[in-house]
Design a protein around this ligand. Structure first.
Ligand code: NAD
Length: 277
């Protein structure tokens, strides 16, 4: 199940959307706030900027020193909230210790919260009226839809309960009428529970934890994990070679969920821009 292919396909559709908006005098604007020098964050931000620019976005990347105060960063968010040229604001995580990520994420105008992390947007998702949706689970839903995977009535298991992946993922599957189990670090009999899944989403952050013993034959397996092995190679949470023999579908790492996450970020920025006209 290639996220790279679907991202390329969606990119074409998004290009049409951007061109149409620009012909009406609106250029989608994305502001990315990056604090400090974390190398992984630098790479993520560069990729986002590259993709945004290639679509013809107005792209702003503000880089701040590791020492910036919480007050100062909150002031910067306010500036972008008030800037009509900006339709999406993204705060690259992690943030340094002196800054409370909750305060910062809560300060973003929910209408510009293209990451879908604001409590208002999380709450809307919980009551089944989603607006901005966390990009990784949203991208996974697009992948399932694109492959015509039936969700209603299916048994889904989500391993991992983070606010940015596991929880919104479980909620989206539930909204689409799956019967959902959430598993996490304190779950007993993890493999046994995972093996009940027609759709298994793994978002743990532990390389190759999920083996073929976790998989129901023919299951759809979504590997969100991004880990480095001893040689520095990027690997998923799923032991892909052996799981591929049992699963019906499997997303690769890299080239699966990752490209869809950036795609949904840009997509939600375009939708925000559309709403201004
Ligand atoms: P997190 O650390 O916030 O949460 C991890 C979750 O896994 C926790 O809820 C924890 O309970 C669970 N967990 C930990 N060890 C476990 C175990 N042994 N058994 C069962 N559950 C266990 O992580 P996150 O932000 O949700 O990210 C998870 C992974 O997904 C990471 O590898 C991250 O890099 C990756 N990720 C990828 C993308 C992408 O676009 N591809 C986006 C976000 C996160």
């Amino acid at each position: 199940m290639s996220g790279k292919d679907l991202a390329a396909e969606m990119n074409k559709e998004m290009q049409v959307m951007v061109d149409k908006l620009r012909s009406k005098g609106v250029t989608p604007g994305l502001a990315v706030l990056l604090v400090g020098e974390d190398p992984a964050s630098q790479t993520y931000v560069r990729n986002k900027e590259k993709r945004a620019k290639s679509l013809g976005f107005y792209s702003v990347v503000e880089r701040y020193s590791e020492e910036i105060s919480e007050k100062e960063i909150l002031k910067e968010i306010k500036r972008f909230n008030q800037d009509d040229a900006i339709h999406g604001i993204l705060i690259q995580l992690p943030l340094p210790k002196q800054i409370d990520p909750k305060k910062v994420l809560n300060a973003v105008n929910p209408k510009k919260d293209v990451d879908g992390f604001h409590p208002v947007n999380m709450g809307k998702l919980l009551i089944g009226e989603p607006d901005k949706i966390a990009c990784t689970p949203y991208g996974i839903m697009k992948l399932l839809e694109n492959h015509k995977i039936e969700i209603a009535g299916k048994t889904a298991v989500v391993i991992g309960r983070s606010n940015i992946v596991g929880k919104p993922m479980a909620q989206l599957l539930l909204m689409n009428d799956a019967t959902v189990t959430m598993a996490h670090s304190k779950t007993n009999h993890l493999a046994e529970i995972a093996k009940t899944a027609d759709i298994l989403v793994v978002a743990i952050g532990k390389g190759h934890l999920v083996t073929k013993d976790f998989i129901k034959p023919g299951a759809v397996v979504i590997d969100v994990g991004m880990n480095r092995d001893a040689n520095g190679k990027l690997i998923g949470d799923v032991k892909a070679d052996e799981v591929a023999e049992v699963a019906g579908y499997l997303t690769p790492v890299p080239g699966g969920v990752g490209p869809m996450t950036i795609t949904m970020l840009l997509y939600q920025t375009i939708i925000s821009a559309q709403r201004t006209i």
